[in-house]
Design a protein around this ligand. Sequence first.
Ligand code: FAD
Length: 460
Amino acid sequence: MTSTLAGGRAARRQTMRRIRPRRSPAVPLLLAVGAGAAAVLWLWWGNTPSIGDDTGRIINAGRITGLLAGYLMALVVLQMARVPALERRVGSDRVARWHAMTGRYTLCLVLAHVVLIMWGHARRAGLGLADIVRQTTDSLTQLPDLGKAATGTALLVLIGLVSIGGVRRRMPYDTWYHVHLMTYAAVFLTFWHQISTGNDFAVRPLAKTFWYGLYGVVSALVIWFRVLTPIRLNLRHRMRVEAVVEETPGIVSVLIGGRRLHRIGAEAGQFFRWRFLAPGMRFSSHPYSLSAAPRPDLLRITVKAIGDHSAGLRGLRPGTRVWAEGPYGALTASRRSRGKVLLVAGGVGITPMRALFETLPGAAGDITLLYRATTTQDLALWDELSAIADERGARLMYAVNSPDGARPDISAETLQRKIPDIDRHDVFLCGPPGFAQAVYEALRGAGVPARRIHHESFAM
Ligand SMILES: Cc1cc2nc3c(=O)[nH]c(=O)nc-3n(C[C@H](O)[C@H](O)[C@H](O)COP(=O)(O)OP(=O)(O)OC[C@H]3O[C@@H](n4cnc5c(N)ncnc54)[C@H](O)[C@@H]3O)c2cc1C
């Protein structure tokens, strides 16, 4: 694919700007989230003149957990909205981790809220265990919106269960993705009881306006970025499969043509979620990174077959319509803070690294790529990488298992021996979790500061 080298030169010229990393907005964002939580507690405080006894304490703990759960639920949806500023500056995998963590806290708060409110009201009415069940059933049928809230809570529990690491890993991506989409329904169903039965909103119009505003803004962001923006992008660029090329056994590249693709705003290192409008694939949208710099008329992804979707790409026919959402991801040249860069790829993690190897600005000797694979036959895209290395005077190294199956030594000492000034490099890293963790530790041992190790995970 020599043509991508020409694309690479153009992309390098475009990105040849002053090397200045974007600051991660994690701290300001955390402060903003904390300020929002404080405002929510203030709502409760302002509406609670006094708490008399233990029963009052239990009910008030139920109110606080309910309010905080409602607030975090809005954040969970915000993290699903794929707001470009968040995806590009924080990184999609980090947003996904925050989303998973916020989701866990939300579910715990929701369950605590349910238990505390049921328990508190039962104590106040002097009820026994059997009566609690009857009282809860009565409340669900008689109080406004509580039935919907119960259905929403059941959905949240289901989503929480399929998100547990062990369950998630055994589940096809598509199943997990579609169950996860039910979060929107769960949030919608639980929202109304907060307004109609929540003491803090029923009697305070300002609080109610604030709550509608919070959920309104989040809903608008979801509709804008997850529905309208992709429709606009796909109508404008009208992408189709141009060709499918076998790279190594089990790995194919899909070339995707379209109109004015240079205006799509993608950078090397980023990914899209791709939906191919072919039989059996229409309802699946999967993330794959660009494996070459975007060209005005062509994008390329390179995919390893591990399940239904990735294996199905081999059978795509030229002309198949493509629906893409993106670009997403923060593993781009803008992360770089130094002149020298080491790219480390493990297995199919080579895809974003291949695009960065082609486009990162740098003089001869500035860029090094270390590619880990099981055997030399598994080094997908090797010929292209060699051509790029020759063209720009970059270093290309690989590490494969020895003939007896022993893993190569990628320790701090080896890295220092191969790249003596490694502590003065930025490192971009992409590979399977175990490999990425081992390389991260070796890099730290070799003196590379954590802030200069830029990692993106393919885990979802
Ligand atoms: C940001 C991002 C960028 C990616 N870029 C690329 C790319 O450029 N090239 C590429 O080949 N892949 C890439 N992936 C991974 C790719 O999206 C998945 O391999 C693919 O979606 C799996 O779908 P499937 O239907 O083929 O397999 P499934 O049927 O969903 O999965 C089969 C089995 O593999 C496991 N599995 C699924 N996905 C992963 C994963 N990501 N890591 C480890 N185990 C998994 C499942 O739990 C299941 O056990 C990327 C992932 C992310 C999040």
